[in-house]
Design a protein around this ligand. Sequence first.
Ligand code: ATP
Length: 303
Amino acid sequence: MEKTILEINNISKSFGSYKAIDNVTFKLQKGDIYGLIGSNGAGKTTIMRLITQLSPLKVGRIKLFDKKINQQALRHIGAVIETPASFDKLTVQQNLKLIALQRGINDTKRISEVVEFVGLQEKLTTKAKNLSLGQRQRLGLGIAILPDPDLLILDEPINGLDPSGIIEFRKLLEKLNQEKQVTILISSHILTELYQVSTKFGFIYKGQLIKEITKSDLDKANQSGLILTVTDVAKAAQVIDTNFNDKFSVLDEQRILVHSLNIDSSKLNEKLIRNGVSVISLAKEEKSLEDYYTKLIGGAEND
Ligand code: ATP
């Protein structure tokens, strides 16, 4: 059975007369990597600040492990939100020691474990202010995971990372998620990356959660696959049906969409030709999270 880790119920937040968060409800199940998507000022950071009590919640409820969130419950959350989590003048090791002290972690091995996990072994004695941006992000992640949290909240964690840094960061998150079953709430404007890492998405628009979708439903909605343009669509459909297990849809009198990017296209081409169907073109149709987002937000703006 799915276990709910975080439950956000009808939360709202206003700054003066400005409603930054408007009646938002969503859940994170154990093992989810939930990607929060929205334009600048949509409300993503505010939601994360409300969860972690950096901003007081006055309207709505937030529960962690089915209990109202409080200081005790916050111990199960590791977060990197906005500002760097580290102290500039302290070294990597000192920063981690300080957090260990604050969190009552006596196990010295835990610090080495975390340092190794985030790949900062060679920077132990470097002051945080002298770390590169990517190394600083890693230190932030190290600080967040030091207490072994069940839930990790990361606001724009890959901002400013170079391409290989992004890939490594993704691998770290996947490792935490798969090996330690850490549930993750993450925001990013780099949608290609967020798509790769997340299992579910929540779209925030002007303080409201306008859509939630799992990755597999997103793929279906995006109709990714192979588009075949052929001379005889009926015959082609018959050939695909008898020779392949993949689902397909006839789009019009010339085109068929095979709902799979893994189909062996040369074999498909060969079968069609052998059955007398001329293939005019074969093209991969890969709509992205970005396409979905643009359409969704475009729709919301026209409402
Ligand atoms: P970005 O992608 O740019 O980081 P975001 O989705 O994280 O944006 P938030 O930082 O949550 O957006 O801000 C949501 C809205 O709330 C913005 O319009 C912002 O100006 C406003 N806001 C946030 N904090 C405060 C505050 N302390 N006082 C006044 N307005 C605030």
